[in-house]
Design a protein around this ligand. Structure first.
Ligand code: PNS
Length: 164
């Protein structure tokens, strides 16, 4: 029987517990999830693409159903190349909706066979974003419970020279 696969794209700079929650939920529906890390030279990221890929691989090292790759260019092209027809996106709040709706419909226009599946994270993570995690950490706040343990260590190493 053919295995069901979905792609979960994002910047993951860095991956948060909200992302992990969505991947775990996705694994209840699909046999395999391909986590696609956006390589965007225009958007300044804290972690390099290689670091972001390595961090996610590390977190899911005991889950063979999760594969992690980086991509550049259009998501639809990457999905086509990997023969995947479902995109998972997390929807935290109404504020996410407009952007996500626009992206889902544009992706559908470019690749009509592609379906976008929105999943709600655990309520505890609805306020969580990679941007806030970085800001809180940089300003000396505590990110315990917001990112997986190893990511806290990665943040510490990145921010050591800048943190108050
Ligand atoms: O985690 P993010 O930053 O919200 O993820 C956004 C992402 C990576 C899903 C989106 O920017 C994307 O798909 N970029 C690839 C370029 C692309 O396909 N653009 C057209 C979207 S309609």
């Amino acid at each position: 029987m053919r295995e069901s696969r979905a792609i979960y794209p994002g910047s993951f700079d860095p991956i948060t517990n909200g992302h992990v929650d969505i991947i775990e939920r996705g694994l209840k529906i699909f046999d395999q999830i391909l986590v696609a890390v956006l390589e965007n030279p225009k958007k300044e990221a804290l972690f390099t693409t290689e670091e972001r890929v390595a961090m996610i691989r590390d977190i899911f090292s005991s889950e063979p159903r999760v594969e992690v790759k980086s991509f550049d260019g259009l998501l639809v092209d990457f999905a086509r190349k990997n023969n995947i027809q479902v995109v998972i996106r997390g929807l935290r709040a109404i504020s996410d909706f407009e952007y996500e709706f626009q992206m889902a419909l544009m992706n559908r226009k470019l690749y009509p066979e592609l379906e976008t599946l929105f999943m709600m994270p655990n309520l505890n993570y609805t306020f969580l974003s990679s941007r806030l995690v970085k800001e809180i950490y940089m300003l000396g706040g505590c990110v315990k419970g917001l990112v997986p343990g190893p990511i806290e260590k990665n943040l510490r190493e990145k921010f050591l020279p800048r943190r108050p």
